[in-house]
Design a protein around this ligand. Structure first.
Ligand code: FES
Length: 103
């Protein structure tokens, strides 16, 4: 884990929250450390609870279950927070909210 930190902006229906994520840290762990309420389940890329969509910025994704995150979703920048590592500052929105026509 390096010294570099990225700023993550989490935009939900209720409010926008910004928090810092270390280089090499996953988006979910950093969110919980900063008391940002991204839903959490297995923490292993298998359940889809932490699904979100990246609307701006670059990231790397570790192995995620195809059941939790489909190919179609991946192409639309959906990802699983527990397996997402920022490469730049990010703007993210909740994945489940979007499917309800949220933001
Ligand atoms: S917490 Fe289960 S996929 Fe991220």
């Amino acid at each position: 884990m390096g010294e570099t930190m990225y700023t993550i902006r989490y935009v939900s229906k209720e409010k926008t929250e910004s928090y810092r994520c270390y280089d090499g840290e996953d988006v979910l762990t950093a969110a919980r450390r900063n008391f940002v309420p991204i839903p959490v389940g297995c923490r292993g890329g298998g359940c889809g609870m932490c699904k979100l969509r990246v609307v701006d910025g670059d990231y790397e994704m570790d192995i995620c279950s195809k059941a939790a995150l489909t190919e179609g979703e991946r192409k639309q920048n959906y990802t699983l927070a527990c397996k997402t590592y920022p490469r730049t500052d990010l703007i993210i929105v909740p994945g489940l909210l979007l499917t309800e026509g949220g933001i």
